[in-house]
Design a protein around this ligand. Sequence first.
Ligand SMILES: CC(C)(COP(=O)(O)OP(=O)(O)OC[C@H]1O[C@@H](n2cnc3c(N)ncnc32)[C@H](O)[C@@H]1OP(=O)(O)O)[C@@H](O)C(=O)NCCC(=O)NCCS
Length: 173
Amino acid sequence: MAETADYSVADHLRDGRTIKIRALCPDDRADMLAAIARTSMQSLQRRFFAPKKGFSESEMAFFLDIDFESHVALVAQIDEAGRPAIVGGGRYIVVQPGRAEIAFVVIDAYQGQGIGTILMRHLAILARHAGLKELIAEVLPENNAMLKLFKKFGFKTTSQSSSQVTHLVLRLP
Ligand SMILES: CC(C)(COP(=O)(O)OP(=O)(O)OC[C@H]1O[C@@H](n2cnc3c(N)ncnc32)[C@H](O)[C@@H]1OP(=O)(O)O)[C@@H](O)C(=O)NCCC(=O)NCCS
């Protein structure tokens, strides 16, 4: 969707600093890799459910090849000493008609400042705009920050098919 591919808005962290939320673009590859390098193993494990030291070419191609219909990705960009840096990202991937899976990662130094909440808010706007009916997520049960964030937006825990992962769903009005 062209509008979504051009999405770019200013928002504010809890301390009032401005952050830009915008659509991920293919040119973001280097900045995305820089952000991954600044993210702890624990955070990457919570995002990808496996220890991640790096990403293969095909994984990077998948993360950057966004059609903004079946796969929508936003980044959070902040000014660091006069240079824009990507400090977080969120995406949803349509897994069935009307239903998409959503996930986020914020680099550790910026966690707890509201970026996850902001990304969720903007992805929910885009999901509703696209006519999606449901957002789903899988979260490690010990991931209190992610669970708290999803519950704040009205996600409900559904059946836990395994004790290792908590499944959540948000029905979009
Ligand atoms: C989960 C994550 C995306 C949240 O992003 P964030 O920018 O830190 O989130 P926010 O600052 O918007 O905080 C969200 C809520 O979690 C709470 N929170 C933050 N850290 C917490 C912690 N360690 N324990 C419990 N709650 C926590 C915040 O207080 C906030 O709740 P509030 O709005 O009621 O105050 C981020 O911590 C992260 O990237 N974690 C690693 C990757 C990951 O877990 N991804 C999830 C895969 S689905």
